[in-house]
Design a protein around this ligand. Structure first.
Ligand SMILES: CC(=O)CC(=O)SCCNC(=O)CCNC(=O)[C@H](O)C(C)(C)COP(=O)(O)OP(=O)(O)OC[C@H]1O[C@@H](n2cnc3c(N)ncnc32)[C@H](O)[C@@H]1OP(=O)(O)O
Ligand SMILES: NC(=O)C1=CN([C@@H]2O[C@H](COP(=O)(O)OP(=O)(O)OC[C@H]3O[C@@H](n4cnc5c(N)ncnc54)[C@H](OP(=O)(O)O)[C@@H]3O)[C@@H](O)[C@H]2O)C=CC1
Length: 291
């Protein structure tokens, strides 16, 4: 099946990045969120990130103008009904994702492919709640989407070969590289990355290091581009906690126990960069560690 039109649900940091790369690759994009505010913020972020690519001579001014012209927004989910491909990138909560697919389903064409950008939740389970498990896949982009090369492709137990091949072609058309992962909790990248981040929070919780020394150690000692706590703030602490809970519940092993300090930050509403406070406080000119 040829994909030309794409609906992106959830206009947070991942949704805006996904809309950005699809529009730049020539797809017509309709971006949906429950909040009109989130949609206008997303358009402003996309414009800023495209400008950055123009300044760095990665794309031309004409490419930018054409990409912006290919993105429309809507707060009405059912407007996405006639599109070829749906990418759900709403909050990492299974009930939210299931409700979105249930609401959208009666308005879809039979051939439309459904995907989720979930970081951790079972694709088979999400697919089983739809009328087309064979046309359902995990399409997992990395943050920041315009920069990161990898997209994980996750087949549910019922996903058919035609859907997989179509999505492989879509990933290639974006200039990105696909990696296939089996449908087990958190797939490949987050199965490995998130326990490391959780361990960094334990290292802080147990007083082995402070925020700055933990991040400096991993940047200078292991050549990571960001320290684990800085990266956790960048991903969103609510998302990190949600992924740890999926690992803990899904694999039933105490080694995935979310650190109580991570839970405390989320309970405080200190979710990282998106709320201007997490392991660092971003409200001033430079980030200040909170511990
Ligand atoms: C949770 C999940 O489910 C899965 C995940 O996504 S896990 C998270 C995965 N992501 C990571 O691990 C990111 C780790 N961090 C990094 O790789 C780097 O810090 C970074 C790429 C984010 C920034 O790199 P940096 O060197 O500090 O910044 P900077 O020099 O400004 O940017 C590097 C490049 O990215 C571009 N860039 C950075 N952010 C961008 C954005 N949001 N949009 C577009 N371009 C962006 C810059 O323009 C620059 O491009 P060029 O090299 O082509 O000139
Ligand atoms: N952050 C990351 O690094 C990565 C995240 N992901 C995954 O991508 C998804 C989105 O994450 P991210 O962008 O970081 O999260 P954000 O919190 O930045 O954005 C989520 C957006 O979805 C909106 N939303 C919530 N419910 C609905 C709904 N019913 N319909 C439409 N929009 C809705 C939220 O609105 P409101 O704020 O009003 O609730 C918010 O604007 C998650 O599944 C996450 O696990 C995947 C790769 C990397």
């Amino acid at each position: 099946m040829e994909i030309r039109t794409v609906g992106v649900i959830g206009a947070g940091q991942m949704g805006n990045g996904i809309a950005h790369v699809f529009a730049l690759a020539g797809y017509q994009v309709l971006l949906n969120d429950i909040s009109p505010d989130a949609l206008s913020k997303a358009i402003a972020v996309i414009e800023r990130n495209l400008d950055r690519q123009v300044t760095r001579e990665k794309i031309s001014q004409e490419d930018k103008t054409a990409a912006m012209g290919r993105i429309d927004t809507t707060t009405t989910l059912t407007d996405l009904g006639p599109l070829d491909l749906i990418i759900e990138a709403a909050t990492e909560r299974e009930t939210v994702k299931t409700a979105i697919f249930e609401d959208l389903q009666p308005h879809l064409r039979p051939e439309t492919i459904l995907t989720s950008n979930t970081s951790s939740i079972s694709i088979t389970r999400l697919a089983s709640r739809t009328d087309r498990p064979e046309k359902f896949m995990g399409l997992h982009f990395m943050n920041p989407v315009p920069v990161m090369q990898l997209v994980e492709l996750i087949r549910g137990i019922a996903t058919d070969e035609a859907t997989y091949k179509t999505m492989l072609g879509v990933v290639e058309s974006l200039g990105k590289t696909a990696a296939s992962a089996e449908d087990f909790p958190a797939f490949i990248v987050n199965r490995i990355l998130m326990p490391m981040i959780n361990e960094a929070v334990y290292t802080l919780y147990e007083g082995v290091g402070n925020v700055r020394s933990i991040d400096e150690s991993m940047k200078l000692g292991a050549n990571h581009p960001m320290g684990p706590l800085e990266l956790a703030d960048f991903i969103g602490l609510d998302t990190c906690l949600a992924i740890m809970n999926v690992l803990h519940d899904g694999l039933a092993d105490t080694k995935y126990r979310p650190c109580p300090l991570l839970t405390k930050y989320v309970e405080a509403g200190w979710l990282g960069r998106k709320t201007s406070r997490g392991f660092y406080d971003y409200r001033g000119d430079t980030p200040v560690p909170t511990r």
